[in-house]
Write a protein that binds this ligand. Structure first.
Ligand code: FPP
Length: 241
């Protein structure tokens, strides 16, 4: 494995439906297989020493899917927490959820929040599950908080900065994304982590999420390690920092 690891690895897990369709199975079977891959990738990322792993598990737009599929995904989430919490705690992983969790059915939300609380003292990898998440919605919520601060007189409009704006977003302790992987061959961002991907390296693979292996993650990280990240500066300037 290369010495250079992304501090924050984010993944758009796409292609569960197509994986199932290829096998003439209902879409939900693709999601079921997708959870096994989530487990493998979480363990692998933690063993590699990744500090933050964000997984796009359910978008704001996913609420528009057929009711059956939405309920199935919520049930899968329930089961995921029930089965995996032990591993999360044993592996010293801190579990966080990013998104508009108030929209998640109460029983599932309670389990998620319980996992967040019980793992809050862990010092290993942060597993950040993006649920009921939209990148634009996150930015708008931050803008509302800033507007409230300005309206109450605690902040002057001219004092709004990228730093204090970012501090109003979900989990400001989670840094920018270094490497964003999207599976299934789609070359889109789909409203994921819009603020934090400003300078991310992007890696697209044609493989469907249920087919992803640890080696695929290693391949994306090796590719990332060979990238020349300049953050808008020149090679010489980057060499100096
Ligand atoms: C995209 O595939 C995947 C999703 C919308 C959900 C991702 C969910 C999982 C991997 C399983 C649940 C995760 C946890 C942690 C419980 P798609 O349905 O858009 O596939 P398609 O583009 O081929 O139709």
């Amino acid at each position: 494995m290369p010495d250079i690891l992304p501090v924050h690895l984010a993944i758009i897990m796409d292609g569960n439906g197509r994986w199932a369709k290829q096998r003439k199975m209902p879409r939900i079977m693709g999601h079921k297989k997708g959870v096994d891959v989530v487990n493998k990738v979480v363990r692998h990322a933690s063993a590699l020493g990744i500090r933050y792993l964000s997984l796009f598990a359910f978008s704001m737009e996913n609420w528009k899917r057929p009711g059956d599929e939405v309920s199935f995904l919520m049930r899968l989430l329930d089961e995921y927490i029930e089965k995996e919490l032990k591993t999360i705690l044993r592996e010293n992983i801190r579990f966080t959820v990013t998104g508009q969790t108030d929209l998640i059915p109460e029983s599932t939300r309670k389990k998620l929040l319980d996992a967040v609380e019980r793992s809050a003292g862990n010092t290993g990898m942060v597993l950040n599950l993006a649920l009921s998440y939209g990148g634009r919605a996150e930015i708008v919520l931050a803008a509302k908080k800033i507007a409230e601060l300005v309206a109450s007189g605690s902040l002057k409009p001219e004092d709004v900065t990228e730093e204090n704006f970012f501090s109003c977003m979900f989990h400001p302790e989670i840094p920018d994304v270094d490497l964003l992987i999207r599976t299934s061959g789609e070359l889109r961002i789909s409203n994921f982590m819009l603020w934090r991907i400003a300078y991310s390296e992007l890696f697209f693979t044609g493989k469907l999420w249920p087919d992803i292996t640890e080696q695929d993650i290693d391949e994306a990280i090796s590719d990332f390690a060979g990238r020349n990240r300049r953050f808008g500066m020149t090679d010489e300037q980057v060499g100096d920092i």
